[in-house]
Design a protein around this ligand. Sequence first.
Ligand SMILES: [Zn+2]
Length: 716
Amino acid sequence: LRRAAFDYLACRRHVLLDMHVPDWDERLLRDFDPVAMAALYRRAGAEAVMLYCNSHVGLCYWPTRVGAVHGGIGGRDLVGEAVRLAHEDGMAACAYYSLNFNNWAYHEHPDWRLAPAVPDVQFSAPTSKYGLCCPNNPGFHEFELEQVRELASGYDFDAFFFDMMFWPAVCVCDRCRSRWREEGGGEIPSVVDWFSPEWCAFQAARERWLAERFAELVKEVKSRLEIPVFLNAGMIQTGWIHGQSHALLDHNDLLGGDPTEPDDSALAYGLLLAGLTPTTLQFMYAFSGYIGGAGYLRSVEEQQLRYALPLAALGGQYMAIDAVEPNGGVNPAAYEVDLAQVFTAMEPYGELAPGRPVGDVSVYWSLPSQVDFAENGTPLSDPSFSALSQSPLPHGEAVLGVVEAARACLPVGVVTRKDLGRLGDCPLVVLPNVLRMDEEEVAAVREYVAGGGRVVASGYTSLVGTDGVRHDDFRLADVFGCHFDGIEEAGISYARPRDELLAESITPLTRVPFAGEPATIDPGGRRGTSIAVVADDDTEVLATLTRPYAEGRGTKGDRAWASIHATPPFEDTDQPVVVRHRFGKGEAVYLAGDLDARAAESAAARRLMLAILRSVLPEPSFEVDGDPGVWAIGHRLDGAGGLRLALLNYPGCLPARRSGRLRVAIAAPAGKRIARIARFPSGARVDFEPNGSGGADLELDGIDRIAVLEALFAEA
Ligand SMILES: [Zn+2]
């Protein structure tokens, strides 16, 4: 067992050169120069390099015995050279290996191919360049294991990365069919139905098959090299088709990935990784758009403000991904100028330890809830499933909305199923339209609230089990203080706050869009999640439903509408849509619509959502006020020794202006007071006003890119 020469987990500044280039033209990769590349990586200021062993093309950059070597590299061992050069230049070397996406194997072994249930699904459409193989195919699996064995026994990697460990489509190849039969499932269901135990069992098998296969690959590496191994977790917040699961993530030593649009913001994804990773997190960003720096470059400012500095504040790693030009060259300026500036901006924050951000508002992210009940009854072969992974899903949208509403002013973090045992540490848990929950989750939430916890839940939360059982009532109805009474007829509706503080939060508005999209000229508008509930007697109604005219379904052929461009509020009702209920020593607020999902885009929804969160949250660990274009990230110092607060300029659009003046309040734990606040890394003192309870109030003039404060606690 060989140990790593470099500590990969401690490296913050990473580069990767994508090399998905074939070899059927002698000009391809002809000019590739590993020595020149190593020099560029070093001049950029990289601490670690990820290097291509193979690519989606399937051709290898080392002299493999079981596959095909790229013909354009002149018989050289590029992997061996790249590892040696990186180490000579003081940089860690991480292997890159592409699974499942392998054109060479696809053409060489037609029986290894993935057979998508939708023939023209994304990635495998006739117009696509990708050759996909089935991860369930034993021959293909053995081939990949043998290649990984060669790599792990032949090279001194400091880490090993597997790309593309997801299902690009639902595979219905002979092997997938026979395996599902062998496991007692019968025929693969032909219809998607999240209210069907049979369908849900098949989806669970797809997830398990991936996790089992990945475990074998990890074992192959770890039996030879004592190094961190991880996969591309860029798909974990996307839809169910990709088959991502906690079981798959459990085999990773760190979590990283390159999420693609529309989920490519570091905001929610970074918080999700920070909450899930066993060590540190890595955000991978293709700054030349997978095209290459000769033809495409994202700006230095975008890399700094959107990714590199937020990742530094999270104590994580930023990986800049470039793509090689087909001839093997790169744009040197992208490294010597752009990346050098990006990495230099990160340097002062390289000592910030990774760790879970302070998340007083803990948003529950459920991997099994990345589905849409609107899919129920749709044939597996329906073309709509080709785009599903890219479209926003109800739970993901709601998570993002809550995070977006809170990030400028309150400590917000992400929790998952892995945190069920530590919910008691969370002042407030948000359950945003958690479409599928298992009994263990339900029991943990109930116990948490009974013991004094606070919950804000919305939509379908706890109505449907991960086993496909749709219950008659919320499993948490006793906690919410209200009961499921069907789907609300009006798919577009409004909330009218009855509670004084909530009403004040939306003034001068009196009603706020609560479900669906009311301001659209599309027929009918977008139907949102809207649930009819009946409240218990001891439940306080905070807001009631206002319906549009005739339920807002009208067309020019009828009279079921009252305004031609939109679906405005018309008929106030007493039907509760936001309720508050004491349960045990804690309390719950339940929202019957998708206000949380709307909060990412609507200022009124954001204000109301914030007012709801504040109404149940005790004194937060910190609070920031003054500029919605800020992202505040807190970390505890040495347990309860202090609080580190990173304030990031994170505006909606670039170029960024200096932020507005910020008012900051930092709380001290019971029995403590704030003795000193200093700027990091300079150590310069920051003036503050002690508040009555040991905490501190202070003001900052504004920030250009990032400001990091450290508040130190002392005995009160
Ligand atoms: Zn298959």
